[in-house]
Design a protein around this ligand. Structure first.
Ligand code: DAH
Length: 342
């Protein structure tokens, strides 16, 4: 009796296994027939009621049925797994020989490019490139540059003060002080870097911009040396003739001090927001180093003299590429930046 039932169950199940169309249906059959509470388990539970001889026969049949069905299940399961895998491979198809999609290479910021050019020029003229901290002491940023606390020139540069009494350097000039102490006379140094002013931001003012400081100290350095180096610098930068003018300029750390202006290259002198409608752009304040500054840098002004200049790197980039809004430079807009890729 039970033998017929068993072989019918096995045959029916085998047929169902052969007919399933999904892995889920297959799993349902496995649970129903071979599972812990499945149909075969029920049969083995009932075996206790059989005689020992019958039990032997049914036990064998039961094992054989189990084995057959498990083999059939595994075969179908493998087939489903393989089908799923090849469907996935089809979906995730990858051609290793295809050319790569655009790699999105970055490029140097125009400020970085111009800085590197000027550094190369000055290195070829025997100058050392120095770096100074952006957080400076009040002494290096002001006092050592002949700007004592009550000096009106402090108001010329709106300063970001830090709660510990230090400040964000308002210019690269404090690196002159560090340079004199580090190198000693005679010396030739430049110091490019970021500077900060507590300014209202507009097309020509930023709270953060770049300068490049220069200083040369030696015996008998004069205005003639200063003019020679400034002309060499400007013709190298603009690779063409630019119209310049020299005006007296006041900076406490130089005497005499000058303002070297160039005619605005954006409007050719006609007047625009960058040159504040004047046709001229202040580019290169400079002068002969004040004796007090040399002294505070540990250099004897009786023996040595020097010149210094503070180039507005940001403004220079704007002139060179005819950029009429300073905010573009730090704005991070890729549409702007990718124009300078080379
Ligand atoms: N530090 C000045 C500024 O930021 C610029 C400057 C003027 C630098 C004259 C110099 C100099 O070295 O000689 O306004």
């Amino acid at each position: 009796m039970i033998e017929t039932q068993l072989s019918e169950l096995a045959a029916a199940t085998e047929a169902r296994i052969a007919a399933v169309t999904t892995a889920e249906e297959l799993e349902a059959i496995r649970v129903e027939v071979l599972g812990r509470k499945g149909r075969l388990a029920e049969v083995s539970k009932d075996m206790g009621k059989l005689s020992p001889e019958q039990r032997g026969v049914v036990g064998k049949l039961l094992n054989a049925a189990k084995q057959t069905l498990e083999t059939a299940l595994t075969a179908r399961k493998t087939a489903f797994d393989e089908a799923a895998l090849s469907a996935r491979l089809e979906r995730e198809w990858l051609d290793l020989t295809a050319p790569a999609a655009g790699a999105g290479l970055g490029s140097l910021h125009p400020l970085t490019q111009i800085q590197a050019e000027i550094e190369d020029l000055f290195v070829s003229l025997g100058f050392t490139v120095l770096d100074g901290p952006e957080v400076e002491t009040e002494f290096n940023n002001f006092d050592a540059l002949n700007i004592p606390p009550d000096h009106p020139a402090r108001d010329m540069q709106d300063t970001f003060w830090l709660s510990n009494g230090h400040l964000l350097r308002t210019h690269t000039s404090p690196v002159q002080v560090r340079g004199m102490k580090k190198l000693g006379p005679p010396l030739r140094m430049i110091a490019p870097g970021r500077v900060f002013r507590n300014e209202e931001v507009d097309a020509s003012h930023e709270h953060t911009f770049y300068q490049l400081e220069g200083m040369m100290v030696d015996k008998d350095v004069s205005v003639a040396h200063l003019i020679y180096f400034m002309k060499t610098l400007l013709s190298a930068i603009f690779k063409r003739d630019v119209t310049v003018r020299l005006r007296p300029g006041y900076f406490p750390f130089v005497e005499p001090g000058f303002e070297l202006d160039i005619q605005c290259l954006i409007c050719q002198g006609a007047g625009c927001p960058v040159c504040k409608q004047s046709g001229w752009v202040e580019l290169l304040p400079c002068g002969l180093v004040h004796p007090n500054v040399l002294r505070l840098g540990g250099i004897d002004p009786e023996e040595y003299s020097g010149f210094a200049f503070g180039l507005g790197l940001t403004r220079l980039v704007m002139m060179r590429y005819a950029i009429d809004d300073i905010r573009q430079l730090q704005g991070g807009d890729l549409r702007f930046l990718t124009q300078f890729a080379f």
